[in-house]
Design a protein around this ligand. Structure first.
Ligand SMILES: C[S@@+](CC[C@H](N)C(=O)[O-])C[C@H]1O[C@@H](n2cnc3c(N)ncnc32)[C@H](O)[C@@H]1O
Length: 253
């Protein structure tokens, strides 16, 4: 069972299992020992155990602080005596932004200003072209590019409801060149675009390359922000000096 859990491709499920196991162990300790710990100290111990279990289950190392702090944070928030409505509201907000991340394994984070400027230099200046942002977030990149390179037709597909809504509001103008759809970009045909941009995560890059090779036209360009395609050398790499140390990788199909 241990190896089944560590091989599942759903890290959020492994995280939940780590937390539940650690909580069960703490409950057993509370009932069978007389350790004089406060509630907060028990919560810290539970966090340590959850972190240890997640490490044993080979979760990515950045899950460790999340496991360590989760239960202490719950206890602290409960101690503040806030109305449950606040928790409901924050949960709803997070769900509308990150609710699908457990499946896509691509959270929302936005392309920097440096990335947008570098992208503008890569797009054609004299002729018409079509551009798509796969997982267009709040539509900021599309909006800015459509203003600096007006020959383009700009498209976006976004799965998360709240970022999608924000991008729609942002591009409400009648003159907007951006068309943004709510949905799953894996269901979207890439053969219509000259330039495909993706700022995703390491997880989908192999599948994205397969999709690009099957659907994109010869001569069209795939650009990935930060994440490389495993085993496929990019034609060009453009390192940028922004806060997250982004690099743009280009592949010509
Ligand atoms: C890292 S953000 C990038 C946002 C935007 N492209 C930018 O560069 O500022 C990735 C976005 O992709 C979206 N996403 C992930 N998988 C998706 C999918 N299969 N279909 C549509 N959107 C997806 C996420 O919801 C998230 O908003």
């Amino acid at each position: 069972m241990w190896s089944f859990i560590s091989h599942t491709r759903l890290p959020s499920l492994v995280a939940l299992i780590s937390q539940i196991f650690a909580l069960a162990l703490i409950c057993i300790l509370v009932m069978t020992t007389a350790l004089p710990l406060t509630l907060f100290e028990w919560a810290l111990l539970q966090g340590l155990m959850a972190g240890f279990i997640s490490y044993q289950l080979k979760m990515a190392i950045w899950w460790l602080p999340i496991h360590l702090l989760f239960m202490p944070a719950v206890i602290t928030m409960l101690a503040l005596g806030l109305s449950p409505l606040w928790f409901g509201a924050v949960f709803l907000l997070l769900f509308l932004v990150y609710g699908k991340t457990y499946r896509t394994q691509v959270p929302l984070y936005l392309s920097s200003r440096d990335v947008t400027d570098a992208m503008a230099l890569l797009l054609p200046t004299q002729r018409k072209f079509s551009f798509i942002d796969l997982g267009s977030g709040c539509g900021g990149l599309l909006n800015k590019l459509s203003k600096t390179q007006p020959h383009g037709a700009y498209y976006g597909v976004e799965a998360a409801p709240l970022p999608y809504l924000i991008s729609k509001i942002r591009n409400l103008s009648l003159f907007s060149k951006c068309r943004i759809k709510w949905g799953d970009f894996w269901q979207h045909d890439l053969s219509h675009y000259d330039v495909v941009y993706a700022y995703l995560s390491p997880v989908p890059m192999g599948s994205l390359w397969q999709k690009a090779c099957q659907e994109m036209r010869p001569g069209s360009i795939l650009i990935s922000n930060t994440f490389r395609i495993p085993g496929v050398e990019p034609e060009k790499s453009i390192p940028l000096n922004d806060f997250s140390g982004s690099t743009l990788y280009l592949w010509r199909i």
